[in-house]
Design a protein around this ligand. Sequence first.
Ligand code: HPA
Length: 269
Amino acid sequence: MNKQAHESAAIVAKTRPAAYKVGIILGSGLGSLATEVEDCKRIAYSELSGFPVSSVTAHASELVLGRLEGVEVAILSGRAHYYESGNSSIMRTPLETLKALGCEIIIATNAAGSLREHIAPGSAMLITDHINWSGLNPLIGEMDESRFTDMSRAYDPELQEAMRKAAKTAGVELPEGVYMWFSGPSFETPAEIRMAQTLGADAVGMSTVPEVILARFLGLKVAAFSTITNMGAGLQTHDLSHDETKEIAPKGASKIKAVLKAFLKDLSV
Ligand code: HPA
């Protein structure tokens, strides 16, 4: 564990000691997921060591600690993206801290553009796999053999099954798909979107993939969701904007929240 993660875990242990089980990363427009946490303590990233404060509006940049449906959770409310700094391993210390706190499961969320008609804006999508289109990797420079991290089951099959069950329990329609990472911060071109469709992607976005690679490297199990905020460039008549992302994200987010709560409730018994 790196020194900063060690220091941050010590701050958490002092502020709210608990046997944390699930780490959750909240993406754009998903902050409301953190509002229902019970017995809650919040720590600003600026008070922790190695936690990057996000420059993106709609990202809170605080660690939210507490219980959700009886499960001890540590929520990264706000993430830093590769495009903010040019550093693809920017989320390494937060993830190492979650591991140090005892989390074995990481649930990542993001806002994404859809490439498929049946996954409309306002949907929640379960991510079943990803395509790393960025050419980047947060493990570049890692010196030992563990850098050759297996990604065959990056999105844990058992967790996927549990999420399908949770969606059924919650009465939420949960389409599934492959998420493709573009670095951003500009949106894709229509030609890039057509390419992504041809290559087998179902949604595109600017985050999550580096975190999933890091989480697998750290031996954490991963599940991930997108809140679909728009159709990809060229698939809708109006231009893309971050304002649209922020406006539409809460629709899918409330579905993700319902699925997550059903999942955690099941986990707690
Ligand atoms: N592309 C990339 N990232 C996104 C999009 C998109 O269309 N929508 C929300 N985040």
